[in-house]
Design a protein around this ligand. Sequence first.
Ligand code: ATP
Ligand code: LTN
Length: 332
Amino acid sequence: MDNKKIILSGIQPSGKLTLGSYLGAIKNWAELAEEYDCYYAIVDMHAITVRQEPAELRRTTLEQIAQYVAAGLDPEKNTLFIQSHVSAHAELGWVLSCYTMFGELSRMTQFKDKSAKNSENINAGLFTYPALMAADILLYQADLVPVGDDQKQHVEICRDIAQRFNGIYGDTFKIPEPFIPKIGARIMSLQEPESKMSKSDKTAGGCIYLMDKPEDILRAFKRAVTDSDTAVRYDPQEKPGVSNLMQIYAACSGKTLEAIAAEFDGRGYGDFKAAVGEAVVETLRPIREETTRLLGDKAYLESIYKSGAERAARAANRTLQKVYKKLGFVAK
Ligand code: ATP
Ligand code: LTN
């Protein structure tokens, strides 16, 4: 096509999307669409590193496609696809796992966290997950990978794998950069502001989902954990709950942290929490409504992921063939 820079990112259909994945990732994707050639995947092959219920996985995958579109990703301008529809991901994933070291995989924070949470199912896929993620990114020769802060380490290992491969076989892969937003890169649980808001969090009230009803969102913010002080001041160490709410408010309203502190100076937490809740409700309302509408049009969703997979496969197979040739595989 043209010479636009390339973006790739993905989210696992491992549950309902949260406000964290919206503010940390999807919101920024929509803003980058004009300037870049963008590929956004629903990484179902990553999701099965943790046990999934099949009917639920199918439902979540479709809902996620609808949510990508509802959040502002125009399927004409962005390539939206399902990872398992483009077989090059599994193929390059295997190749790259042969260029990824046991030691470097052992240092991955997400592996340590998830194996602690799923001690009955510490499978090989959970361990080699970063090699598959590197394949997702490198297949498209991506320049930029817009993700939340928790994925920085995985983009770094992807760069290391690409550099190692290029070092042996000559220039093959573009070395990607992570793109991590200044505001919203790490949204914390509303109940335990020391831990990340995450789809798989089971603590009641800690997580806001994109499809939550306005009254539930307002209630969750009213009950959000703060501290025994009264000042709305940004200090993630001393005031993690309040600082998290300030980040959420800043990301949803476009106001700076300083402007927010000034706005609530001397007003206490009650007003502040209500304002954050309202801002989140208004941010999510159009996404929820549009998702519901799109879910009623299965044929349209199918046309999006089918044409997305065709476009993605064309780009991905170019890289895969180049890799096979460099490795010395005999051409078909
Ligand atoms: P799981 O609980 O299944 O691991 P998750 O909710 O932690 O899922 P994903 O939905 O897979 O995470 O993450 C999708 C994208 O959203 C990634 O780019 C990730 O960095 C970002 N993201 C996820 N949670 C947050 C958060 N709390 N704050 C900011 N960004 C986030
Ligand atoms: N590891 C990511 C999901 C993911 C991804 C990717 C993100 C899989 N492949 C490629 C960016 C680019 C996560 O757990 N959120």
